[in-house]
Design a protein around this ligand. Structure first.
Ligand code: ACM
Length: 634
């Protein structure tokens, strides 16, 4: 009798352990509220999927396709429920009372009712798919609960630079899929750069026949020791492909914001049409910092990174060119927002140019910064006349903000704060707050080549996009948050995936979840591990977290306890104390242990995490110090 009872308890524990431990039921981003109830909904092949609104059919299909993968069975779809039939109901009835993009999920033992419209219903499906545990005996056992959810910010963005490196449509779609799973709704597509123009413009074929191709790429870290690989690197999206991407994104409730950079970062366009430069006959300037002195005859698409002096000259010809380019862009992108760049535009060529100096005088501008402001405002006027609004990087504040512009604050928060104080909308994307996903994720020397900086996913998670120093009214101008993925050092999709996962989870949560729902322990110890464990079973690459409980700080003492936790289900930690690099040949960590460090000495704990699929974390080193003369303790 006792044995049977124990068995019963053990089974119950196994079924419920996942739902019991995590207050967020495994959902990223954390919903506004989750109330767990007693009991479970047993999802098996007898359940009917009811969706009686045409607009919801795609979401119903999405959910059913997921259940096929997760449970090994498809649900019968029907228009209405029969009495006593277990069902999942998708409905928009009552959704008009919900906040924008909001949804409700009510899970009872006999029914899962999902309420929402459009994006809201789609996000409900994402949450429902995330909260489903693994199947057992052909059933998925779901904890009963009531979930109420809606976003904190209306703009939740991820950017992708396809100028420095080009990524095929198939990968762009995968990127969009990831964004959608985490309730991000704006894909900022950075399409033009010094190193490549990536969008077909029919009126200006040289933008792609010349501007999308460079004769080499700098080797290693900029400015480097000189030299490029001398390989032609090229790629662009046809207008047909752009349309495909925009439609694909729309089907996942993602708006695509195209960025057409101006007046700087425009070497590729200038290489195609040198008359867009103040000095059309001057050979390419490749930057003060670049020791390499190769191919610079005529105008070149840049082969190295950085910022370049050769920017658009503000002639009528240039403005006509930009208007014509934008006309084609507007047909392809229904987005209200068009990003016009505006960042890192040196004033040197404008200072040297007699035309620009005369232009400044004729238009009563103060200086070159006034000219930058004139440039942006003129383009804004054009786009406003077409019913669109501009977004610009925070340099567009210099010399006076265009009247209706939204500012993307990247050089810290100050630009955003200033713009909000001027009653302009703001999107926060400060590099200093962990939102530049091109920065490295740990200080380990195992990290691959990056631009530098340090942005572990916990740093991104800690950021609150609303600056405290803004008044309540000014805070309303912070319409959202974005992470940027600059690809100077990301040549492959696998590297992009490594750089965005798991940081996209942090972005998702700071963009969607209420501040009060933030819980770093629950996030790092429950939900990040759960999501990465799922991703580990796929072909998607990611950054494997280091052991929970370990950091690179020095631990001081004679008798030091090492207490670690594997960062993902099924992952193993191996360690060494002998200075060697750990691998699966090292000691496996199974429980906490003590290390004795003799007086005046130190030891180095080196760990590595190996996941079920064989992926490896970087090696993390912790100095265990007992007064060793060469260890700094402060
Ligand atoms: C930027 O990172 N140059 C916006």
């Amino acid at each position: 009798m006792k044995r049977i009872f124990l068995l019963f308890v053990a089974t119950l524990t196994a079924v419920h352990s996942f739902a019991q431990t995590d207050a967020n039921m495994g959902i990223i981003p954390a919903p506004v509220s989750i109330k767990k109830n007693n009991g479970t909904f047993e999802l098996d092949k007898t359940v009917t999927l009811i969706s009686n609104e045409i607009a919801n059919a795609k979401t119903a299909d999405l959910l059913n396709a997921f259940i096929v993968t997760k449970g090994g069975f498809a649900l019968r779809e029907a228009k209405s429920a029969t009495v006593g039939q277990k069902s999942i109901i998708l409905t928009s009835a009552g959704a008009e009372k919900l906040p924008a993009e909001g949804y409700l999920i009510n899970i009872s033992p006999t029914q899962i009712k999902v309420t929402g419209t459009g994006a809201g219903l789609f996000y409900a499906a994402q949450s429902l798919m995330q909260l489903m545990p693994e199947k057992k005996n052909d059933k998925i056992t779901i904890q009963t609960a009531e979930i109420n959810d809606y976003p904190r910010f209306k703009y939740r963005g991820m950017h992708l630079d396809v100028g420095r490196h080009f990524f095929p449509v198939s990968f762009v779609k995968k990127y969009i899929d990831l964004m959608a799973q985490y309730k991000l709704n704006n894909f900022h597509w950075h399409l033009t750069e010094d190193q490549g123009w990536r969008i077909e413009i029919k009126k200006y074929p040289k933008l792609t026949s010349v501007g999308s191709s460079r004769n080499g790429t700098i080797i290693g870290n900029y400015p480097g020791t000189g030299g490029t690989d001398n390989e032609v690197y090229k790629g662009f999206y046809t207008q047909e492909e752009v349309k495909q991407v925009v439609a694909y994104a729309a089907s996942k409730f993602i708006n695509v914001v195209p960025e057409i950079e101006m007046p700087g970062h425009s070497s590729a366009a200038i290489a195609a049409y040198p008359e867009l430069s103040a000095f059309p006959d001057k050979d390419t300037f490749i930057g003060e910092k670049t020791p390499w002195s190769g191919d610079r005859k005529g105008k070149q698409v840049q082969q190295t990174w950085g910022v370049f002096d050769d920017v658009y000259v503000p002639t009528e010809n240039t403005f006509k060119f930009l208007e014509n380019v934008l006309d084609e862009v507007l047909v392809l992108f229904p987005s209200k927002y068009i990003h016009i760049g505006g960042d890192e535009s040196p004033k040197e060529y404008w200072k040297q140019s007699a035309f620009c100096q005369q232009f400044i005088k004729d238009n009563n501008l103060k200086d070159e910064h006034g000219l930058q402001s004139y440039f942006i405002q003129r383009i804004e006027k054009y786009l406003n006349s077409k019913g669109r609004s501009i977004i610009g990087w925070d340099e567009i504040l210099e010399g006076g903000l265009a009247p209706n512009a939204t500012v993307m604050s990247w050089r810290g928060e100050q630009g955003g704060i200033e713009a909000a104080k001027q009653n302009h909308d703001v999107i926060m994307t400060p590099g200093s707050a962990g939102l530049y996903f091109d920065h490295k994720q740990s200080i380990s020397t195992d990290e691959p080549l990056t631009i530098g900086g340090l942005a572990p996913y916990t740093k991104s998670y800690a950021y609150d996009p609303v600056p405290k120093e803004l008044s309540a009214d000014q805070q309303k101008h912070v319409i959202g948050v974005q992470a940027n993925i600059w690809t100077e050092y990301m040549e492959t999709p696998a590297k992009v995936e490594y750089m965005i996962l798991p940081r996209i989870f942090s972005l998702s949560e700071i963009a969607w979840s209420q501040v009060a729902r933030k819980d770093v322990k629950n996030f790092t110890e429950e939900r990040v591990p759960l999501h990465l464990t799922r991703i580990d079973k796929t072909s998607t690459n990611y950054w494997v977290p280091t052991p929970i409980g370990q950091n690179e700080k020095v631990l001081n003492g004679e008798n030091i306890t090492i207490d670690l936790k594997a960062p993902m289900a099924g992952s193993k930690i191996f360690y060494t104390l002998d200075g060697y690099r750990p691998s699966e040949t090292a000691t496996e960590y199974t429980s906490s242990f003590k290390v004795i460090v003799p007086q005046g000495q130190k030891k180095t704990l080196k760990t590595i995490v190996i996941t079920p699929s064989g992926k490896r974390s970087v090696v993390t080193e912790t100095i265990l110090n007992n007064g060793a003369p060469d260890v700094k303790t402060k």
